[in-house]
Design a protein around this ligand. Structure first.
Ligand code: GDP
Ligand code: IMO
Ligand code: MG
Length: 419
């Protein structure tokens, strides 16, 4: 497979960073194509933990190219914090980190608007407050500031004037906050421009050329299918397309550029923020999964809501994405928990409620025998207890895609091919 896409099949935090790091050794280029600093992708190598928000999770592999493509939204300060953390670990990004010219920049007022909207009462989405929604809104409203605009003083000033006229109305009249100063924003952009100028690339030409020269490309999704703006649990979603169709759009390449789509599935379910979560367990099991799985947000530190695996949402995610195979993560977390449950029906056809369905899914479960053995040292399928293999086979059947990878711990080495 020359080009492989890896996408979350649940509500994010499936372990995409871990799997990308595992696969990255075989790929020349890794691309982030949507989302922004809301993502928190964890990679653990020799006990050292790295959390990546913008930079593709392949960056720990020497000599590999990492591209932040135009479909993303970029918080320049967070990016430089990430670069700083990597440098502390002896990893240099210069010369192999690229940023698409059309990547939109998350401005300070996007973050303020995100926070103000969340705090203004009414329906709370529980966003990461990274300015994602307001930045994508400006992108579509044609008020956004792109990477390339940082280097064009006149265009930048005009775009800012138009955008701030609107934003300052909101700050003054809706949120009762001070106005954003045009000159101050220009100054911030100038400082960012000088820091970031060496990283720019024409994403479309770069990837078309790379693929035509048979260079291998890995596409790293952020968030998960159920957080997709259009196909997730709207309005409790993020503001980007988190499914495979975001790849051609975010990179300026044809749909047929992706040879294989691999979905990442955590062996149980988690969600951060508000919104439907049919299998959520607010009792003992939820608490146990949170504790054993270390289920706290990699970006915000918030405790994640936890529950049993949801094969209805999973099958839907596989179908929406056209997933060819699956990587199962965190299987080790289920060792010693006792019997395991998997949701196999909501009590109506389809996935999330549409006007023809009752509003509330009523999950019914299939029970699987658990296993006691610690599997974190497993290196092949035959090292897994029979009950665990049955659980993996059931995921294949219920989700409707074969399992190709199994992860049994956070470390780079704790993963193997199912075969
Ligand atoms: P991502 O956003 O999809 O990359 O996932 P996160 O990094 O936000 O959350 C996944 C968490 O689980 C991280 O702390 C990983 O280090 C950890 N992790 C990944 N795979 C495994 C696994 O197989 N077993 C265990 N125990 N932890 C894992
Ligand atoms: P990774 O890539 C889990 C959730 C937020 C909130 C909703 C909207 O690490 O899997 P936003 O800030 O995007 O406007 O928030 O989406 N969310 C995530 N949940 N993992 C993520 O990314 C997420 N990115 C956003 O918690 O419910
Ligand atoms: Mg995450």
């Amino acid at each position: 497979m020359k080009t492989l896409a890896l996408l979350g099949m649940q509500w994010g935090d499936e372990g995409k960073g871990k799997v990308i790091d595992h696969l990255a050794a075989q790929y020349d280029i890794t691309v982030r194509f949507q989302g922004g600093g809301n993502a928190g992708h964890t990679v653990v190598v020799d006990g050292r933990k790295h959390v990546l928000h913008h930079i593709p999770s392949s960056i720990l592999h020497e000599g590999k190219t990492a591209l932040i493509a135009d479909g993303t939204v970029l918080d320049v300060d967070t990016l430089f914090e990430e670069i700083g953390e990597l440098r502390k670990a002896g990893i240099e990004v210069t010369g192999r980190l690229l940023i698409g010219f059309g990547t939109h920049i998350v401005m300070p007022y996007h973050k303020e608007l995100d926070a103000a909207s969340e705090e203004s009462g009414g329906q709370k989405i529980g966003t990461t407050k990274r300015g994602i929604g307001p930045c994508y809104a400006d992108r579509k409203a044609r008020l956004g500031i792109r990477y390339m605009d940082l280097f064009d003083g006149k265009a930048l000033s005009e775009r800012l004037s138009k955008s701030l006229a609107e934003k300052n109305c909101l700050f003054k009249h809706l949120y009762g906050k001070p106005a954003v100063d045009h000159a101050a924003m220009l100054k911030i952009c100038e400082a960012w421009a000088s820091k970031i100028k060496g990283f720019g690339v024409d994403t479309h030409s770069f990837l078309i050329k790379a693929i035509s020269e048979s260079r291998t490309v890995l596409f790293e999704g952020a968030q998960g299918a159920m957080l997709d703006t259009d196909w997730g649990t709207y309005p409790f979603v993020t503001s980007s397309t988190t499914t495979a169709s975001a790849i051609p759009q975010g990179c300026g390449i044809p749909m047929k550029s992706v040879d294989h789509v691999m979905g990442v599935v955590k062996a149980y379910s988690t969600r951060v923020g508000s919104g439907p979560f049919p299998t959520e367990d607010t009792g003992e099991i939820g608490e146990l999964l949170r504790k054993r799985g270390g289920e706290y947000g990699a970006t915000t530190g918030r405790p994640r809501r936890c529950g049993w695996l949801d094969a209805v949402a999973g099958k839907y995610a596989v179908t929406v994405n056209g997933a060819d195979s699956l990587a199962i993560t965190k299987l080790d977390v289920l060792s010693g928990i006792g019997d395991l449950k998997v949701c196999v029906s909501y009590g109506f056809d389809g996935c999330f409620p549409d006007p023809r369905n009752p509003r509330e899914p009523k999950p019914s479960y299939k029970t699987f025998k658990g296993w006691k053995k610690d599997i974190s040292g497993a290196e092949k399928v035959s090292d897994l207890p029979a009950e665990c293999r049955t659980y993996v086979d059931a995921i294949e059947g219920l989700f409707g895609a074969r399992v190709s990878l199994i992860s049994v711990g956070p470390d780079r080495r704790q993963v193997f091919e199912k075969g």
